[in-house]
Every structure is written in C-alpha cells, then in structure tokens.
Ligand binder design. Sequence first.
Ligand SMILES: CC(C)[C@H](C(=O)O)[C@@H](O)C(=O)O
Ligand code: SF4
Length: 784
Amino acid sequence: MPSAESTPRTLYDKVFQAHIVDEKLDGTILLYIDRHLVHEVTSPQAFEGLENAGRQVRRPDCTLATTDHNVPTTSRKTLKDIGSFIKEDDSRTQCVTLEENVKKFGITYFGLSDKRQGIVHVIGPEQGFTLPGTTVVCGDSHTSTHGAFGALAFGIGTSEVEHVLATQCLITKRSKNMRVQVDGELAPGVSSKDVILHVIGQIGTAGGTGAVIEFCGSVIRSLSIEARMSICNMSIEAGARAGMVAPDEITFEYLKGRPLAPKYGSDEWNKAVAYWKSLASDADAKYDIDVFIDGKDIIPTVTWGTSPEDVVPITGVVPDPETFATEGKKAAGRRMIEYMGLVPGTKMEDIEVDKVFIGSCTNSRIEDLRAAAQVVKGKKVAANIKRALIVPGSGLVKDQAEAEGLDKIFQQAGFEWREAGCSMCLGMNPDILSPKERCASTSNRNFEGRQGAQGRTHLMSPVMAAAAAIVGKLADVRKLTEYKSSPHVEATIIPETSTIPGHSPRAHADESIEEDDAQKDKLTDQPLDSSPQVNTSLPKTAAAGLPKFLSLKGIAAPMEKENIDTDAIIPKQFLKTIKRTGLGSALFYEMRYNPDGTENASFVLNRDPYRSAKIIVCTGANFGCGSSREHAPWALNDFGVKCVIAPSFADIFFNNSFKNGMLPIPMKDAAALERVHAEAVAGREIEVDLPNQLIKDSEGNTLCSFEVEEFRKHCLVNGLDDIGLTMQMEDKIAEYEACMSQQTPWLDGRAYLKRKGQGGKLVAKAVPVPKTNRGEEKKEPLEW
Ligand SMILES: CC(C)[C@H](C(=O)O)[C@@H](O)C(=O)O
Ligand code: SF4
C-alpha cells in the first residue's frame, strides 16, 4: 500500500489531512479550526452554552465577530450606539447580545461604527483573516465563500459554534471529492455568477451532497479572487459541504498587504507562499465525481422558480412543468409557477420586475459594484422600478466605491446607496419585498418568502441586475452594453489607487500595516484586545447533557415535497430569538398558516393524527437544504419531532440534528422508504429502534433497517455532549497547536497579538513535530 504521502491527493485531501488532531477507527475525525467568524444570529445560544458550562473561548486570536444580518442599511450619521440605532426589538437584542458577548469573551469585533464592519464573508477575506490552506468556519452556510482562497471553509450550526469556541475543533467525517472543471473562455457579458448558476442548473441542488467541490479549469483560473468567491459562495446551493479553488498567483496578489495576512516580503510571507503553492491537487489525484463544463455554453443566466437549480438562459422562456420528468417534479413545478406568478412559455425578457437588489455575500464586493456601475452609467432606473438598492458588502467596499465615484453613478441613475449588511438578501432588517413583489437580485437564494413573505426572487449577476433596473424587466445585459472582454478577467487587476485601508498590494506593505493599525484604532468600536494565550483552563467535564435516544415510537407525518429548505422549516423572522426553545409554533410557518394567521387545514401537521407527530417521513429528495440555521432542528424538536426520515439530507441540517439529540435517517432504498411512508399515510404509529437500527410498524414487524454512523449513534444512545468529549482530548489539541505554531506561525493571530508587543507570535512550547496532525497513523477505538 502506498503511504498517505505518496498517494496522489486533492487540494481538499491536503488541507483536511493537515488539520486532523485525532482520528477514530470509524473515520470520525477531530479537526482543528484555524479561523472562526461569528455573527449575531447564530452565536447567542452558543455563548450562553459556554457561559453556563463555565467555559472560555479557546482561541480569541483566531476568532473574528461582526454584525451583519440584522443591521439597518440606512445612513449611520446619527449612530451613537447599536442599542439606540436599531429600532426593531429582536434585532437590537441580538446585536446588543453579540456586543456583550465579545466583551465578555475577549473577541475582536467590528461593530457598526467600524469601517471594517460588513457581511461576515466579505470582511474575512478583505482583512486577510481568510488564508489559503486554512480551515474556516462560521455559523453560516455561505462560509463556503472563503474556499476561493484554497481554504476548507464550511458552515456550521450553533452547537458547533459553541464547540469551536470552546475547543477550536470540530468532530467531523471526510467528504467526497468532486471536481467541477470549467474550460474554455467566458463570452463577454457572462460572469462568474452565471458560471455557478449554470453549474447548479446542471447538477441540481443535491448534486454536491456529501462532497467538497474543487472548481478548476481555464475559466476558473482566469477569474479574480472576488469572482471565485461568488462561485464558492454558492457551492452550498449545489448541496456541497464546501467549494475550493487552488491558490495561485491571483490569490497571493490579493493577499499582499492585507492587515491580517503574513507581512508581504517577510520570511513568513515567503514560507507561507511556498506552503500555499504545495496545496494544488496532484496531477493524478482521484475524484469521486467529475463534472465538465464548456465555458462557451454559459450565457447570462437567471432563475425562474424557487430553488437555485431552476435556471434558464435569459434568452429562454418560463418552462412548462407539464414537461417535467416525474409526477413529483411536475407538482413542484406547478407550485413554483403559481408562487412566482408566471405563465409557462413567457419570454424571460418579458417579465417585469418591481425591485432590484445588488448586494449579499455573493455579489457585494468592489468588482461587483464596478461591473454594475459600468452598465448603469449615464442611464436611468426604469419608471416601474419601485426601489433599486446597492448594498456594499462592507464599510471598506463602500469607501472604495465612493473613492471611485461609483456611488454618484448609482445615485444619478436612481439607485439607493446604502450601508453594509445582508439587507434584502434575507430581510432580517427592514429591507424586504412586499407580498408578490418581484425582485432582480444578486443574492444566492430564491426560496419562498426569502426576501419577504410571498416575495418573488430571480437570481442573477450584478450586471444582469443592473440591466433589469434600467429596462424594468429581466434583461439581457449584452443588449445594453458593448463588451470588449469579459468583465471578470479585467477585474483581476487591483488598481494602484486602491484606498482599501491595509490593502497596498505593492512595495510598502509593511508601512501600510502600521499606518493601518493606527487608523483602525480610531475606527473601531472596541480595541483589538484579544487575549494572546490559548485558554485551556477548562474543566475536563464528563460528557453528558442530552436526553438519550433509544427507541422512538409515534405517529409519522408524511411529506412528499422535494427540497424542503431550512427557510421553509423556520423562516427568517423567527431567527431573532436568542434562545433555543419556543420555536415549535413557528415550524413550517408559511405552509402551516394562511396569510390571515389561521391554520391551513390542508397542511399535514394541522391534521389529526399528525398534530402529535414525532417523526417526519419525507419522500421528496433533499431535506434541510439551504441555511445553516440550527433553528430548524430546534423548531422540529420543540414541536415534538425527534426523527426525520428522507432520501437525503443537507450536511449542515444533518449535523445540527444530532447535536440536539435528534435522529435524521437517510434512506436511499426507495422501496423501504415507501413502506415507511405507507404507514405514515395510514396514520399508524411506527417505531424507530436505534440500538438495533430498525424501523418497525405498530405491531412490531420490521419495515426496514437503517444506517447510522457509529460515533453519532454512540452519542445519541448515551446522551453525550460532544463538547465535553472533545475537551477530554486537551493534550492532543495542545500538541497539535504547538506543532502548528512551528509549521504555520502566520496562523497564530499575529496581527492581534502584535498589538500586545509579542511580535505576533504565540509563545508555544517547542516540541518535536508529532505525526499525529497528519492524520493517518494513530487511529484509536471509538471512546474519547
Ligand atoms: C442566518 C444564517 C444562519 C443563514 C445561513 O446560514 O445561511 C443566513 O445567512 C442565510 O443566508 O440564510
Ligand atoms: S446569504 Fe445573505 S443573509 Fe446569508 S450571509 Fe450571505 S448576505 Fe447574509
């Protein structure tokens, strides 16, 4: 057998393997996390859990927090403090709670009065916090964005946020390797957003399930980092755990002079670049799934339905669901056509829009704004457009755009020029669609109600959204603007005049960091005062805490819908809670209640005996896709549902369920699933016997068996809290950290620590470099 080192490896294999702290015989892995981004929606319950258990944040120097989802995008000229600035009670509570938590736990925080505040997936890369070869997590599904740097970046739920805060590690498994190779060239007017929409249209929203996608090929290589971010961002909409692009000269160029990247030109920088170059997939590395796409087949693309896979070229028409392959797809298509208020056969270019939104973590960076401005320059927003919003991804993007005069171009055309935040991407702040309003949006999700109850979203690129604003209908940007070359190829050039603080890509990067530090002190809400040492004064608690899951007997509610996303399970307005409980009444809110608040009698959970269901049996593919909100399993749990059986699950929902003592059962065997579904339809109880891995009917007859990972079963059956388990691994984690400080010293929060006069390095014990962090050698039995 060839050793792990000589086996050809993919980019993903290399990054994953370099972060293994410990591996069990069943493949359960304790993975070290280099970078943790935190926002206000998915962190309050995590900090509360930490506090209740008397735990600290292990690596404040590797943790960065900001507020983005709830923040108003109106002018901040009158801002005194977040408490008086945010009018809506629940949003304010969430933001204030984050401010309290970052103070309490000593975490670096970019608040509303800080220019560096912005969408978490914009600010991490902008600061150089995101680096090649790192593991990056955030309680947010679009953490996949950071994979554009060759980082392994993925979204986690709130329980995992707590786990990372406490231990800087996560318990996980290997993913499959998937390669999406886009070759050739993009035609003028086609941008990276069209590439990813096209890919999702080809492979579907479950196409990447269980896999990490590596995007490669000549098209990807020619794209700027920002364009690559838009692609990796939406890998989650393709069902993947993460998306990655191998780091190259374009990546290194982007990182030069970023405040938290290694200092350009230093030994550390050179060492880092050498390491980053070694991460590219080996020539003969094997992939489990391969997809090839020819760049010339991609034309400007828009969505027509309520799933990101429902794409058509702008030159196309609204599809006719009656032509779809299966009865399930026909039914889903009919519902989408009705929801979207469309008529099959209508030309996409004939569809009028009401609002235009250019923003979100997919497309709110400076290149996106430049590209959109190029389209609207000297033109006017059409009379039928009620609102057209430009929402920069961060305060620094906003400043840069203003320095280039883009704000004027937009405002003269009739756009609103806003402050940074998530805004109308999901409308947790006041920027929302009214019922039935249609929006041309550069965001990433077109789920029902996503931008506002009954709102209708069409996803597209920034230049296409800009064109829609000018024409007043979905429009083909190529008819408006004469393109000489692809905008994203041009955009790889960072202008000499860049005023992004800390971003001085050329010779004097060192000075720029120092200057920038002074500037930052003036700007920041709270000084960067993270504790330099690893916080290990942690109780080695026995791992216990969840109710044990052995056998579950109860009514099973049948659901036949495809792609039940987490926005549908628990809509955004209920994410503002800072508790884990009380969400049961809001479960499946839009489907369960009529617009007047009365119950929708046809919805399964409003009918007897399903009102008391403990199990859901879903026959449509892909349960729990979309957002990482742990509120989805919390809502199910609160309602009384402890087990969901479905053909497949989105990764984050799947993980989140186990963390709450719930059992998701993936059932690929269609015949077995149908037997269970038939019992559910008949309204009879079923029994899920976890120790024996069997599903039985009400008489005790076996309907089928099911698979469950050994470690997850062990935790469920024994009611184990896996933070406690991981904390018993303290010695291994510390050993890994010491090794990391020697091998990749630039990851030790240098920019924060430098302020403490420690030269930017953690004082780590010099220990011989153990092999354990390379993952292969020390496999141990299950118990931790
Ligand atoms: C609030 C957060 C959990 C969520 C996510 O994970 O994606 C949000 O960012 C979204 O886009 O729906
Ligand atoms: S997808 Fe939208 S809501 Fe989610 S992080 Fe990105 S901008 Fe914010």
